[in-house]
Each structure stands twice: as structure tokens, then as C-alpha cells.
Ligand binder design. Structure first.
Ligand code: SF4
Length: 548
């Protein structure tokens, strides 16, 4: 008997779904609580969307939608008590949204209210909430499998978008259009009159709104910390006490850097925090000394070797080893049972843990380049365009997305190694750790490997593509540009939707296709977007160089 069902990420067991326990470590109780959160958010969205149609909005409801969705993203929250609290808040916010509508409407709703939008009393105890969650599983045999497939793609896309909206909100940047879309599209998943193309269209709209969200976040990050600049980052260690920061949130890193100033503690970035080194407002701190480790899936082994305190501000956290668990902290929406959680902005416990821990030896190593966002690349636009016209640059490759633990991801390493030397690779997100320490050289002073940034900097890569298309007076699909994605979790889903919303063709996706995509939906994507699974490196190089 299935104890849970989840197929939202690339690790889905057997390529179909996790049924006993998540490959990620998600336990059945947490899976049920997260199903309850998503179901409850749909009900809340029904009322929030109706209220918006009457001109009434409430920022607490908007922010809860974003935080609730982000809580259920892969590798974010593994703590049942914390998930139960989010579920209880969802029920309260549903009530608030209904009241908001009824006030704006001067009376009750006339029509049928979906079950998820009807009042439900959250049980006081977590076990009862788990039992409630089991009544609202992801699987629903009453819905056509292809419709369900696209509906889940939409929900996972919104989960990814919510992560970006949350970072932007933390920086004080909000956009009503983003919240409005999330409510509308979550509510649409309760509407049984909607068909396949309704959800396809919502997926495309999700991609468009995601680019707006990523732009909002880019403006928030660059507004606070300046435009990223090409920056060499040390990957060795420097002698002294140490803190390692993992995740995506720049403001959290900034606050930690302020609070560690003058304390003799070196701060290192991990995985998706690497691009932080490119922001002038962060690289100004002399004690932000370098980047440590490989992909997130290496943390068990690599954190065991890191001597200081470690803090996660977003995904991807994994079950910690005992050797570092007492030096491990979470912040924001990330939680792991038994791991100390920092509420708010006081990082004293992390600093104390670093001061108590052993110091690291001095062991300088090589440097890697980051900070090559669209602002920096377009600063070189004349040089780049000249190199393309002269034939020095034959083709651009965007090779990015998330890294993961399953075999088959050495495809991305080999692709970077084997691409002809007259090609340039733009990379983003943590998939870059498959090849970002390779020496790939340069073309007339233009590095062959340009690290555009985090996964949210898909926006930046799109700006480069649009600027090139403008310079060459052609469409994006006519550019000498190929996109090869690695996917793992829901942020990669929404980045793909954004590229599809721009009608980008011939995107390759790997290392395996999502379990939630049915054969018919895959055929639809192949026919309409020429989307393809990755093949062999040699075949894909040959095909992409030929423009396919
Ligand atoms: S998030 Fe991925 S690994 Fe975790 S339970 Fe769901 S499908 Fe399985």
C-alpha cells in the first residue's frame, strides 16, 4: 500500500513517484502535510481570486500563498511540526480570504464553492492534520491523466515562481500581478470545467509571469547590491574560523556579513550562493572569502569536512550527518527536525557556533569566475557581436539548471568539455557545478564559460538572448544559440515554462524527463516546441551545431 505519493522532482522513485518515503528524505507524514498545504492554498486562492475580481486584496494572504508554496518545494521543509503550523495558517488565511470577498461583495458567494474552499477546522494535533492531508493526495483518478499532468506542471511551476517571489518580498519588492496570477491559477486547478488547453495556456502565462518575478528579484538584488560584475572567487580555504552559507537569499548573507564583521570569521558560499561574490555590495566585505564544495548533493560528505558553522537559507538541505548537525542551522522556510532554526535576523547562535568550532587551515587553491549577468555581458556586446560576425564565435550554449544525485549528469560535464573551442557557454543555477572548475579558455578575451548567476538569473540569460536577437535583427530561434537544461526540482520547471512562453524551440532537457509528464503531453511539447530529451553528447553536439 502506498503511504505517500510525490512525483514533483527528478528523483521520483523508479521514475514514477515516491510511495514509501521520499528519495529526498521526505517522510510520509510530511508528504501528507504538504499535500494538505497545497490543497488548502487552492481553497484560499479561490476566495482571494474572487476578492480580487471585486477589487479587494490583502497582502498577508498574498505572502502566505508564496510562503506556503515555497514550503512544499523539494528539499525545503522536512519538519512535520513546522509544516503543520503552515497548514493551520493556511486554514486561517482561507477564512480571511472568504471574509475579504464577502465584504467586497456585500454578501455571500452565489454559486458552488469547491470543497477545498469550504471552511475546515485545522486539528490541534499534528497527527490529525496528517490524517486530513491523506484525504487530499496528489493523485486524483477523477481527472483525465493528461489534464492532471499539465495541471501538476502548472502547480510545480508556481512553486518555483513562489521561491523567487519570496526572495523579492524579503527585499521589499512585491508585484500585485504576480500574486494575482498565483491566486487565479491555483483556483483554476479546482475548476473541473477547465480542460487541457486551459491549463496549457495557464502554464504559458506562468512562464511569462515568472520572468516578471525574476526581473523583480533581479531589480531587488541589483538595487540593494549593485549589478553583478565578473569576479574571480577562491575555492580553497583561508586560515581561521568559518561559516558556510547555502541557499539563494542575498539579504540573509548581507546581514550575516554585517554581524560577522571584525570577528575574525571567514564566510564562504555554498552552491547557489556563489554568484553573491559578483555583487559589489557583497564583495566589498573582505571576510567573504570564497566558495566551498560542489553540488548540493555532495553536502553529507563535504560538510563533514567543513570545520565551522553552516546555515541554509533556502533549498537544498539533506539529512545531516551527526558530525556536523550541532553546527548546522536553518533560516527562512528551510527546516529539518532537530536542526536549530534561526527566526528573524539575529545570527548570534551561528556566530557563537563558528567561534566554538575549530579553525580551518590555510589552503589556497584556484579561482573560478562568476558575476557574468546580462549587465556585464551586454557591456561587451560590441566585442561579442564582432566575434560572431567574424566567425570567432560559432555558437552560444546555455547549459544550466539544477544539479542532482542521479547518475547520467556527467553528460553536462562531457558536453562542456567536448564542445568546439569556438563556442561560448552561458551557465546558471547549480547545474554549473558539473563543469565550472574546468579550464575552457577564452575567445579573443571573452571567457568561454560565463556564469550568469543563480537559477533566477534565467531572466538575465533571456535578456542576453533578446539583445543578441535585436542586434542581429532576427528571432531568438534564429540565433546561433542552443539551450540544454538539467532539471531537478520545481524552479527548473518554471524556468522551462518561461523559455517555452518565449516560444524557444529545440530545448534539450535531462537527465530524465519529469514523471508527471504523460506520453501525450510529451508529444504535445515535442510537436509544438521541438522539446527533446538529452541524447548522447556526440549526437547532441552534432545536432545543435546544425541548428537543431
Ligand atoms: S520531492 Fe522528489 S524525491 Fe522527494 S518525495 Fe517528492 S518526488 Fe520523491
Amino acid at each position: 500500500m502506498e503511504e505517500m505519493f510525490c512525483y514533483q522532482c527528478e528523483q521520483a522513485a523508479g521514475g514514477t513517484g515516491c510511495t514509501k518515503v521520499g528519495v529526498c528524505g521526505k517522510q510520509p507524514d510530511v508528504a501528507a502535510l504538504q499535500d494538505l498545504i497545497v490543497w488548502g492554498l487552492k481553497g484560499m486562492a479561490f476566495w482571494a481570486d474572487q476578492a480580487r475580481q471585486k477589487g479587494s486584496i490583502d497582502r498577508d494572504i498574498d505572502v502566505h500563498m508564496v510562503e506556503g508554496l515555497f514550503t512544499t518545494v523539494t528539499n525545503v521543509n522536512f519538519d512535520p511540526e513546522s509544516c503543520a503550523e503552515v497548514a493551520r495558517k493556511t486554514a486561517r488565511m482561507r477564512d480571511k480570504a472568504q471574509q475579504l470577498f464577502e465584504k467586497a461583495n456585500s454578501g455571500p458567494f452565489q454559486g458552488e464553492v469547491p470543497e477545498a474552499a469550504r471552511p475546515w477546522q485545522p486539528a490541534g494535533n499534528t497527527a490529525d492534520l496528517v490524517a486530513e492531508g491523506r484525504k487530499h493526495p496528489v493523485k486524483d483518478s477523477s481527472i483525465d491523466p493528461d489534464v492532471k499532468s499539465v495541471m501538476e506542471m502548472l502547480v510545480y511551476g508556481m512553486k518555483g515562481m513562489a521561491a523567487y517571489a519570496d526572495h523579492a518580498h524579503i527585499l521589499g519588492h512585491d508585484d500585485d500581478a504576480i500574486y494575482g496570477f498565483l491566486h487565479k491559477a491555483m483556483a483554476a486547478t479546482l475548476d473541473r470545467s477547465k480542460g487541457l488547453m486551459d491549463f496549457v495556456n495557464l502554464c504559458m502565462e506562468c512562464g511569462t509571469v515568472n520572468l516578471k518575478t525574476q526581473q523583480l528579484l533581479y531589480e531587488g538584488n541589483s538595487g540593494h547590491y549593485g549589478h553583478p560584475q565578473p569576479t574571480k572567487v577562491a575555492i580553497g580555504n583561508r586560515g581561521g574560523k568559518a561559516i558556510l552559507v547555502s541557499g539563494h537569499d542575498l539579504k540573509m548573507l548581507d546581514e550575516l556579513l554585517k554581524q560577522t564583521e571584525g570577528k575574525g570569521i571567514n564566510v564562504y558560499t555554498h552552491v547557489e550562493m556563489l554568484p553573491a561574490h559578483g555583487y559589489p555590495g557583497l564583495k566589498k566585505y573582505p571576510h567573504l572569502v570564497g566558495n566551498y564544495g560542489g553540488g548540493w548533493q555532495e553536502q553529507y560528505k563535504e560538510f563533514s569536512r567543513f570545520p565551522g558553522a553552516i546555515i541554509f537559507n533556502t533549498n537544498c538541505i539533506q539529512r545531516p550527518a551527526e558530525v556536523y548537525k550541532d553546527r548546522l542551522f536553518t533560516w527562512g522556510l528551510v527546516q529539518w527536525p532537530g536542526v536549530k532554526h534561526i527566526e528573524g535576523w539575529d545570527f548570534s547562535p551561528v556566530i557563537e557556533a563558528a567561534q566554538k568550532a575549530e579553525a580551518w587551515d590555510d589552503n589556497p587553491q584556484k579561482e573560478i569566475l562568476t558575476g557574468c549577468g546580462h549587465h556585464a555581458i551586454l557591456g561587451l556586446a560590441d566585442k561579442v557581436i564582432e566575434a560572431v560576425k567574424a566567425g570567432a564565435i560559432r555558437r552560444f550554449y546555455v547549459i544550466g539548471g539544477c544539479d542532482g544525485a542521479k547518475p547520467g549528469r556527467n553528460y553536462y560535464t562531457q558536453m562542456a568539455e567536448q564542445l568546439p573551442r569556438d563556442t561560448v557557454i552561458l551557465t546558471l543555477a547549480c547545474g554549473k557545478y558539473r563543469f565550472n572548475k574546468l579550464e575552457l579558455g577564452d575567445i579573443g578575451g571573452i571567457p568561454r564559460l560565463l556564469d550568469v548567476g543563480q537559477c533566477n538569473d534565467t531572466y538575465s540569460a533571456v535578456q542576453v538572448a533578446l539583445a543578441l536577437a535585436n542586434a542581429f535583427n532576427c528571432g531568438v530561434n534564429d540565433l546561433p544559440l542552443s539551450v540544454i537544461l538539467s532539471w531537478y526540482e520545481q524552479k527548473a520547471v518554471v524556468c522551462l515554462l518561461s523559455l517555452l512562453s518565449l516560444n524557444m524551440q529545440h530545448i534539450r532537457v535531462g537527465p530524465s524527463l519529469p514523471a508527471f509528464v504523460t506520453p501525450n503531453v510529451l508529444n504535445f511539447l515535442v510537436e509544438n516546441f521541438k522539446l527533446a530529451p538529452i541524447g548522447t553528447v556526440a549526437e547532441d553536439i552534432q545536432a545543435t551545431l546544425a541548428g537543431r
